[in-house]
Design a protein around this ligand. Sequence first.
Ligand SMILES: [Fe+2]
Ligand SMILES: [Fe+2]
Length: 216
Amino acid sequence: MIRLDHEALVAEQQKQLTSPRRQYSLSARALFAVMDLVYGKDRDLEKFRVLEVVARVPYMAWESVAYVAMTHTSRRTDFARRVYDRALVARFEQDNEQWHLLILEELTRDRRRTWLKGRVLPQLLAVVYYQLSWMMFVVSPKWSYRLNADFEDHAAHEYAHLVDEHPDWEGETFVSGFEGDYGSYDSLADMFRQIGYDEVVHRQESEVMMTSPRYR
Ligand SMILES: [Fe+2]
Ligand SMILES: [Fe+2]
């Protein structure tokens, strides 16, 4: 995780607010439409929590595929090493998304959650998205990376707008049981800007893999 200071975080947020979104694929647009339908169009913290439940899933799928691949290619040292390095990145990003989720869980813990919208539907979305990411990766890794680049681009833009919509967060301190893991920030606004920047890094990583000559 690349930690930015306040000035750099503000600059990154501004960049997201003014930059165009990626041309989202059909599957990405379908996922965002379902999220809007179930959780509304407003940028509500509960919706971001659900977004983070789903966000870890492609990294879990890639890690699982990588371990299967290593089992069958362990004699080809170079290839196995490359696959292992990808598994490491997937594990690292999975953890990063996990901190996002735990922080969002913490910030929304006083909300009333229905069993269906709060627990069942997020898990259902995650299962479907996992299967889709896994199958796409097996057929063509490029497709799976593209879907994730779309997802991360959407998340990065949404976090930038979320902070923009809450000027009061600039003066609010970020107090969390996860500060030791995710870091301390000048304000709640900066903590959300850092999450948004993490999503930018995730998008960039997927874009690099998506355009890799290996997957053409
Ligand atoms: Fe995230
Ligand atoms: Fe992400």
